[in-house]
Design a protein around this ligand. Structure first.
Ligand SMILES: [Zn+2]
Length: 438
């Protein structure tokens, strides 16, 4: 990395830090801000690609969400939203082995850029370990990694035993593959758990789901969610994540391997499975819901299917496009950071397990980042990518620098408010690739 520079910007009315007002080391403390500087919440839209008919639809969805180019649905909204991929599916569904060479090239390009980050099981037709090996060999051949796993319907390769009836992590099963898939680099898995609660990593609350015009339906949704919470509290393992309203938790698969499970949400008054479509997002991404997410300082990985029940020529209708524009405005205004599933999960995971210490010397405070001490992976050194967005709040007005575990001084931006300094390692948006339009 090139010579790093610490820049001080956005000083408040009292002016910049005075360099020779050394804070006494014992009196200075530092903590990590919950989200990257300015943002009040984080959100990822985590779509399963079921019902996607072909690569053209898949490409238009990606372009609409991630660029500002003209698309079949009008100008793109310029967000950062990923997608998922299958390998072995029946011919009518878009999947890696079903599409043509151009389609496969597009998928590889989007995996490389980070815009495909989820393996949505190996697909309905992947029934053996050899099917998984074939898919992983293809990814390896192109030096590609998919870091997130999401169970699909009743696919044999699923990990979830209770909800998703999979056997992918049961040694001896024909499609046992967990050892290979985790070795490939999958770190986060979804095993069918969903919630209606607006925002995770915040106290459990049922507010924000009720729709006064649809009382019976709303009451049913709330009762279901309340039941999950109560069952979690009385010790039912299936609902442990609902008890804590946790986004992430360490788990042990049936073969003994450790990984991290995540919870998806869809806070629609009619219930999770009634609104798991792009049309459902028009209601879910409402101003009150987004306000509530930000007010709670919470994080959401939204459960949906972009191509389910929509018109393949125009997967998002106008109300859904309006919802994406609402979300884009909040992202641009610095309220809700919208990113891919993997980047969101990784940020929260690293943030929650990062170690660091502070030294102070002649007015300069240095944050020394240490290892990530993780319940599954043990002690490991974070990469520079993994440090993006981390924001240290120092309770002194000082020149602050941040050093990586290697000792390297990191680029960071400092802002001052009152007697505190906020030092942020910049969050860099992904670069959307140019895609062949054939
Ligand atoms: Zn699916």
């Amino acid at each position: 990395m090139s010579q790093s520079v610490l820049t001080a910007v956005d000083h408040d009315a009292a002016g910049p830090a005075r360099p020779c007002a050394p804070p006494a080391p014992a009196s200075v403390s530092v903590r990590l801000r919950r989200f990257p500087h300015r943002y009040d919440a984080m959100l990822a839209i985590c779509s399963d690609l079921d019902y996607t008919t072909d690569g053209g639809v898949y490409r238009e969805i990606a372009r609409y969400l991630n660029t500002r180019e003209p698309t079949a649905m009008g100008p793109g909204v310029g967000l950062e939203v990923g997608n998922s991929i299958f390998f072995d599916m029946p011919p009518a569904e878009f999947a890696y082995w079903n599409t043509d060479d151009a389609g496969r090239e597009m998928v590889r390009t989007l995996i490389r850029s980070g815009h495909i980050d989820v393996l949505h099981s190996y697909g309905d037709l992947a029934r053996t370990r050899a099917d998984a090996e074939r898919a992983l060999a293809e990814l390896d051949r192109h030096a590609l990694h998919l870091p997130v796993w999401v169970d699909h319907r009743r696919a044999p390769s699923n990990f979830g035993a209770d909800i998703m009836r999979g056997e992918g992590d049961r040694p001896g099963a024909p499609c046992y593959h967990a050892d290979l898939t985790l070795a490939h680099g999958v770190r986060y898995v979804w095993r069918g758990r969903v919630t209606s609660v607006v925002g995770q990593q915040a106290p459990h609350s049922l507010r924000g789901v009720w729709n006064g015009r649809r009382p019976a339906c709303s009451a049913r949704t709330l009762a279901k969610e309340a039941a999950k919470h109560v069952l979690g509290r009385v010790g039912r393992a299936k609902y442990a994540m609902h008890r804590d309203n946790a986004l992430l938790r360490p788990i042990t698969l049936r073969d003994g391997a450790g990984c991290v499970e995540f919870l998806r949400s869809n806070p629609h008054w009619a219930g999770i499975s009634r609104a798991d479509t792009a049309a459902g997002l028009a209601d879910v991404l409402s101003d009150p819901m987004l306000d509530r997410l930000a007010r709670r300082g919470a994080v959401a990985v939204l459960y949906t299917h972009f191509a389910k029940k929509g018109d393949p020529r125009r997967p998002f209708d106008e109300p859904t496009c309006a919802a994406f524009r609402r979300l884009a405005r909040r992202h641009e205004a610095g309220h809700i950071l919208v990113t891919t599933t993997h980047r969101l999960l990784r940020y929260m995971d690293v943030r929650d397990h990062l170690t660091f210490r502070l030294t102070a010397d002649c007015g300069r405070v240095t944050v020394h980042i240490g290892p990530v001490v993780h319940p599954v992976r043990g002690s490991c050194t974070p990469s520079l990518d993994e440090l993006q967005g981390l924001t240290f709040l120092v309770d002194a007005r000082a020149e602050v620098e941040v050093r990586a575990p290697s000792g390297e001084r990191l680029d960071c931006t400092c802002t001052y408010a009152g007697g505190a300094t906020c030092a942020t390692i910049p969050w860099k948006p992904l670069t959307f690739p140019t895609l062949d339009r054939r």
